[in-house]
Every structure is written in C-alpha cells, then in structure tokens.
Design a binder for this molecule. Structure first.
Ligand SMILES: NC(=O)c1ccc[n+]([C@@H]2O[C@H](COP(=O)([O-])OP(=O)(O)OC[C@H]3O[C@@H](n4cnc5c(N)ncnc54)[C@H](O)[C@@H]3O)[C@@H](O)[C@H]2O)c1
Length: 355
C-alpha cells in the first residue's frame, strides 16, 4: 500500500511560525492547521481579502493590525518579535483580473513584497526556513508540452503570472546569501485551490456559492478551460511537508509543484455544475460572458518530484473535494460553529490519509 505523508505534530508542536497573508483563504486554513499541530503562529496581513464574508473573520472573529509587506522596517521588526523558526510568505495580490486592472500594485505586492520578506529573513537569526508561495502560473506558457515540471522555464503572459515568476527568480537570487547564513528557501507552486471558506470574487466556487445564497445568476468566464483543481488541505499538506523536508536536508533551495492527478482536472463549467447539483440546483443559471483579460487555456503541473521525494499525494478524491467543499458551505449556511467544523474536516483529512 502507498503511504501518504501528512504534516506531523511531532515536528510542528511548539514551532514558532510567521505567516504573511494569514487572513487569506489559504493562510486562514494554514494558521488553523498549524495551531492544531501545536505551533505558535504570528500573522502579518494588510487586510481581510474579501468582504463581507472572509474565512479569517469566520474562524477567528477578531480584528487584525493592518500591516504591509511593503513596509520593510515594520516587517523586519515584527518578524524579529515573533522569534520565528519558519516563515510562510503567502501575502499577495492573488487575483488574475485585478493584476491586469492594476499591474503596478500587483507588481509591487508580489515582487517587492517577496524581496522584503527574503531580506527580513536574512536579518532575523531565528529564521531557518522560508517558504514562498507562488503559483502554477509562474511557468512560461508552452502549449506543446503536456506537463510543467519544476525545471520548466519561468515566464508570464500577463501581470499576475509575470509577478509570480519574478518572485521565483528573486527567491533564487538569495540562494548564496541564505547558504552562507545556513537558512533554507522553499518555493511552492500549486494550481487552482478550492475548498470551504473562499469568498473571493471572480473565483468559481465562491461565485457559485454566492449565486446559490443570493439566488442570482452567475457569469462564468472561460467555461471550457481545464484547471488542476486541488483541495486547500491537500495543497497546504504539501507546503507543510515541504517545510519539514527542508529542515532535515542540506539543500539551501528547493522548489515543489503540487497538483492533483489528471482525473481531478476538470473544466470550469463541470466544476460549477457539480456544486450546483450538490445543492440540488441542477439546471441553474449559468451563462457565459466575454473575456476582458488574458488567461492561459490549460495548466497541467507534474508533481512527480513531490510524490517521489516527499511522499506527497492528494488525499482527497474528486468526489471528496466536492463533498468537503459542499459540506463546509452548507455548515456555514446553517450557521454552525465553523472553527469547530473546519477542525473536524482537518481530522477527517488525516483519517482519509491513513486509509
Ligand atoms: N487561491 C488560489 O487558488 C491560489 C492558486 C495559486 C497560488 N495562490 C497563492 O497563494 C497565496 C494565498 O492565496 P489566497 O487566494 O489564499 O489569497 P487571498 O487573496 O485570499 O489573500 C491575500 C492575502 O494577502 C494579503 N496582502 C495583500 N497585499 C498585502 C500587503 N501589501 N502586505 C501584507 N499583506 C498583503 C492580504 O491581507 C491577504 O491576507 C497567494 O500568494 C496566492 O498568489 C493562490
């Protein structure tokens, strides 16, 4: 039987973690997971990324200090105060359409923001590993190849992709400095992540959920585009075990792709239909509209390296991805205690991994 590796309590318990973008969709889940494993998390974010609903507010019901990664003095000060062993850099302008509307803000946040955290980590002694979150879109588009591997050339045909490719290049430029300081850099590239608690506009799952809650029609862009849909827990499990790996190995720099098996790679329209049908809205309200910004048609990542070296595999099947996502939003609609509910999903994830 193939063993699937999951994030270990014995590694994370009592670790100090600094997390930029802790109010993000992925960041909120990561904070919850790290705390579940006994880590002490210090968050650093500019804002709540979605309004009125936001996963962080739902889970933590607290205000945040608004702090920018572009304020490098403050970033360094907060990192020093946290005494972190491990840093996850998730803060970003993460929406492709917004990147095209305001490229400069996108480039500042995603490029200079990455340089700021790299620089801050060189100055804070306690930090041993920095994990930089980029994307599957950081590769130079090539329709002739079937899969992008970690060695595929970086590039970007629109501002979001280009900014994340730059974040990769800048991270790599710190290799020698980090080597000298005996610190590690890990960059992680994953595809479109779905799961309970995402509320960002222009993302398919939140758009479908809002259309169900508000009984409004949904506009779907590029319904036939294929995406490697990955559940947020499978994605974060990859980030966590990649961080664990870097602690035990000598390599200063490592890069990992995390993608689901091909069977999970379905079109945007089919994903929307699956969620509608779970809510009993089979023939609903889907129509197309024109595309105002450029987006790549097909994105297939190979995560062979992570499978071979980290023992990472997706725990959730396509059916489970839909069920976990549906269950979460249904729990929310029924006004359940969503922090508790999310922890139960985490425990179920571990149970399924063991099976
Ligand atoms: N969600 C996805 O499908 C997906 C796919 C690939 C990569 N990613 C990457 O994963 C990370 C998290 O994505 P998400 O969708 O959960 O993010 P999100 O859009 O939900 O949240 C963005 C986060 O960045 C913070 N932020 C923005 N500008 C900042 C600044 N100047 N200073 C400090 N904080 C700032 C926000 O406060 C928020 O916490 C991002 O780096 C994103 O590019 C996401």
């Amino acid at each position: 039987m193939v063993k699937i590796k999951t994030a270990q309590k014995r590694f994370w318990n009592k670790k100090k973690v600094f997390l930029t973008g802790h109010t993000s969709f992925k960041g909120s889940w990561l904070k919850l997971w790290l705390e579940f494993l006994g880590a002490q998390v210090t968050g650093y974010s500019l804002n709540f990324p979605s309004q009125p609903e936001c996963l962080y507010k739902i889970l933590y019901k607290e205000k945040i200090l608004k702090q920018s990664v572009l304020n490098n003095k403050n970033l360094e000060k907060q990192l020093l105060n946290s005494q972190a062993d491990i840093v996850f850099h998730m803060a970003a302008q993460s929406i492709l359409s917004k990147a095209s509307e305001d490229p400069i803000k996108n480039y500042l946040t995603n490029i200079i923001g990455t340089a700021s955290i790299l620089e801050a980590c060189t100055k804070v002694k306690t930090v041993k590993t920095l994990i930089i979150v980029t994307t599957d879109k950081c590769y130079k588009e090539n329709e002739k190849i079937k899969f992008y591997t970690e060695r595929s050339p970086l590039g970007g045909s629109e501002p979001y992709s280009a900014s994340k490719a730059c974040a990769e290049i800048i991270s790599n430029s710190y290799l020698l400095k980090f080597k000298k300081l005996k610190k590690k850099i890990v960059t992680v590239r994953a595809g479109n992540v779905i799961g309970g608690g995402d509320w960002k506009k222009n993302r398919i799952v939140p758009d479908v959920i809002r259309s169900i809650i508000n009984k409004k029609k949904i506009k779907i862009r590029n319904p036939k585009y294929t995406r490697p849909w990955l559940h947020v827990l499978d994605c974060l499990n990859g980030y966590l075990i990649a961080a664990e790996y870097s602690f035990s190995k000598k390599d200063t720099f490592n890069t990992w792709n995390f993608a689901p098996p091909l069977i999970n790679q379905i079109t945007v329209i089919n994903l929307a239909k699956l969620i509608f049908s779970k809510f009993g809205k089979k023939n609903s309200i889907i129509f197309k509209n024109g595309q105002k910004f450029y987006e790549s048609k097909k994105l297939n990542l190979s995560s062979k390296k992570a499978t071979k070296m980290l023992n990472w595999r997706t725990v959730l099947s396509k059916k489970n991805i839909i069920n976990f996502t549906y269950d979460w939003y249904l729990g929310y609609i029924k006004k359940m205690d969503m922090k508790n509910f999310s922890i139960i999903q985490l425990k179920n994830f571990y149970k399924l991994a063991k099976k």
